[in-house]
Design a protein. Structure first.
Ligand SMILES: Nc1ncnc2c1ncn2[C@@H]1O[C@H](COP(=O)(O)OP(=O)(O)OP(=O)(O)O)[C@@H](O)[C@H]1O
Length: 288
């Protein structure tokens, strides 16, 4: 049964001898700007190894949630813990793929230097287990995203999709225990969307990371998603995709008729025209 807390899903999880501790934990969390409440009463645990997608229309507070987890935004009420400590800036255990923005002060860096910041950007000058190890890890991350060929070029000369793959490599290079992704598939073609989705999912499945993945389009990641947090106008639901991505639940959230159709392993969401890009259009993810 879906709830606005994760108690039930936690109960349904496979039994282990020591309960897995949550890498991300929000309790009674509220975020408001002035009169405007983005969300309130949010309880969310994301366990290590778990992949949680965050969906909702523009302005519903998805990026703000990541900023709270990054220690960049204070909650208005409630508590937030990341990797066992109150959320704080610059935690090494966190990998972050920021939302793409036009003006990035790092555009003059070479690609491989940008990726290297994911290893030692938190602690300038200390380095990581020697230069050889550092080079090896940066090379592996560049190769994983298919960026080796253009790694010596200034980032500003690269295409949007090429830059995006470098951001993914930067977030993954430190082998993070918590991976926060803000629309990481933007600017990527379908093949690269699959590649990046798989890399992020592997960080959860094989490296035991907790993944929080903000997106407008669930289809490219549907195979990997364990749970969805769907936020609309301060209302939210948390549950498995099967629980949340239904006509009934989305109609309740959007307060208008929304139809969710499943076809060939994809979800088509129809209706709620005024909900903007919060709906998943049949045309596919590349338009987002
Ligand atoms: N520091 C701030 N002060 C006041 N309002 C803010 C602040 N930061 C964000 N907001 C507002 O909060 C709302 C939520 O913003 P947020 O970026 O979290 O939305 P989002 O769900 O990520 O949207 P999108 O899908 O467009 O990226 C927006 O309306 C935004 O203008």
């Amino acid at each position: 049964m879906m709830t606005t807390t994760d108690d039930d899903t936690a109960a349904a999880a496979p039994v282990s001898e020591t309960p897995p501790s949550a890498a991300v934990r929000l309790r009674s969390a509220r975020l408001s700007y002035g009169e405007r409440v983005l969300w309130d009463g949010l309880d969310l645990d994301v366990r290590r190894g778990e992949f949680v997608a965050v969906l909702g229309p523009n302005g519903s507070g998805k990026t703000s949630l990541l900023r709270v987890l990054l220690g960049l935004q204070r909650l208005s009420a409630g508590t937030v813990e990341v990797a066992g400590a109150p959320a704080r800036r610059g935690g090494r255990e966190i990998g972050y793929i920021p939302q793409q923005r036009g003006s990035d002060p790092l555009l003059t860096l070479r690609g491989r230097d940008l990726v290297g910041l994911g290893l030692d950007g938190h602690r300038w000058g200390l380095g990581l287990r020697g230069r050889g190890e550092r080079r090896r890890r940066v090379d592996a991350a560049l190769e994983a995203v298919g960026a080796s060929e253009y790694a010596r070029m200034p980032v500003g000369l690269l295409s949007g999709g090429e830059q995006q793959r470098l951001r993914v490599a930067q977030a993954l290079v430190g082998d993070p225990a918590v991976l926060l992704c803000d629309e990481p598939l933007l600017s990527l073609d379908l093949a690269r969307q699959r590649m990046v989705s798989r890399l992020i999912a592997q960080q959860a499945r094989e490296r035991d990371a907790a993944v929080v993945f903000v997106t407008h389009e669930i289809n490219p990641i549907l195979a990997w998603v364990d749970r969805v947090l769907y936020i609309v106008d301060g209302r939210f639901r948390i549950g498995t995709p099967d629980e949340v991505m239904t006509s009934q639940t989305l109609s309740e959230l959007y307060r208008t008729d929304v139809d969710v159709v499943r076809t060939r392993g994809r979800l088509l969401v129809v209706g709620a025209e005024d909900a903007g890009s919060g709906v998943h259009h049949p045309e596919g993810p590349e338009e987002s």
